[in-house]
Design a protein around this ligand. Structure first.
Ligand SMILES: [Fe+2]
Length: 316
């Protein structure tokens, strides 16, 4: 049989040229969830007591907790890290980590975009996972992208340090201060490929909170907007975490059986502007933890605000 191989050869040539094209757009790797959050606290012991004695979590051992870092797991993939900041120089700031299944691909992707990430491949850190610090526009939180590995320290504690009585079993979102969303949005939408899912505020004419959904997850980050220099206390309100519950009444019933540690607060059940019931809780130094129901009241989503986003430009 006579076969004309020219079209096939041309096809192969075209494919080769495409794959070697240095001007091809770098492909964004996946972001599959919120991994963990790190808080700086004047007392990791007191903050840990709030999470253990009141919320029912446990301090993780297995090498995860060290003299400089206390780890409390929410589940086998999500956790909080507490770092000592006795003099308050961190001023209620935080960092957060988003999970990927390929941290090295993220380094290559961001490097190709000209971001300030290492030129060399990632190496395993203390916890044996892969972590990449990512430079971001100014905000109240720093960003890390993390890849869990089958033999890392977190994996080695699978199923451990997760008490039955913990009030929640998952981190829903993290929120952090953003002075100007116009300044940060290009990074989060164009580079990280997040999509805005909701915006709202305590008044209809202003936007204070903007939810940005991760590309391969239902989980979100939340811009916390403001328009004047925030106090230290209000920084702790804005830089926060959200723990999800299926029934906030049941969660509150559990909490009423426990003693609120000295200096901490439980503001009771409220319905948020996003039409989800929630309880705002505060550590002894004012770090906010939202306990939020994983569904809307009556199943009805709150519409996004049409108000004007808050912006703080002084001092920039
Ligand atoms: Fe929130």
């Amino acid at each position: 049989m006579k076969t004309n191989i020219l079209p096939f050869a041309l096809f192969l040539f075209a494919m080769t040229m495409t794959s070697c094209n240095p001007t091809a757009e770098p492909k964004r790797p996946d972001l599959i969830g919120v991994s963990h959050v790190g808080f700086y606290t004047d007392s990791p012991a007191r903050t840990a007591q709030f999470f253990t004695d009141y919320l029912g979590f446990a301090v993780a051992e297995g090498g995860l907790t060290t003299p400089g870092c206390t780890v409390i797991k929410f589940n086998d993939r999500q956790y909080i890290e507490l770092y000592p900041d006795p003099d308050g120089v961190r001023n209620q700031s935080m960092y957060y980590a988003l999970e990927t299944d390929d941290a090295e691909a993220w380094r290559e992707y961001l490097f190709a975009l000209g971001e300030d990430v290492p030129a060399d491949p990632l190496v395993h850190g203390r916890t044996c996972d892969l972590r990449l610090w990512v430079p971001t526009p100014p905000s109240g939180a720093a960003l890390e992208i993390v890849q869990q590995l089958p033999d890392d320290l977190l994996a080695q504690t699978k199923g451990q340090y997760l008490p039955e009585g913990r009030v929640s079993d998952r981190l829903g979102h993290i929120g952090f201060m953003v002075a100007d969303m116009d300044q940060v949005n290009p990074f989060f939408t164009n580079v990280l490929d997040m999509k805005e899912s909701w915006r709202g505020g305590s008044r209809p004419d202003v936007v204070q909170w903007v939810h940005m959904q991760l590309p391969e997850s239902e989980q979100t980050i939340e811009y916390m907007l403001y328009d004047e220099e925030p106090s230290r206390g209000y920084r702790g309100v804005m830089n926060h975490i959200c723990l999800l519950v299926s029934d906030v009444d049941a969660a509150q019933a559990i909490l009423t059986t426990r003693t609120l540690p000295e200096g901490c607060r439980n503001d009771g059940i409220q319905t948020g502007a996003d039409n989800k019931r929630q309880i705002n809780l505060y550590t002894h130094e004012g770090i906010r933890v939202e306990l939020v129901e994983d569904h809307f009241v009556d199943g009805i989503a709150a519409p996004s605000s049409t108000g004007q986003p808050m912006k703080y430009t002084a001092g920039q």
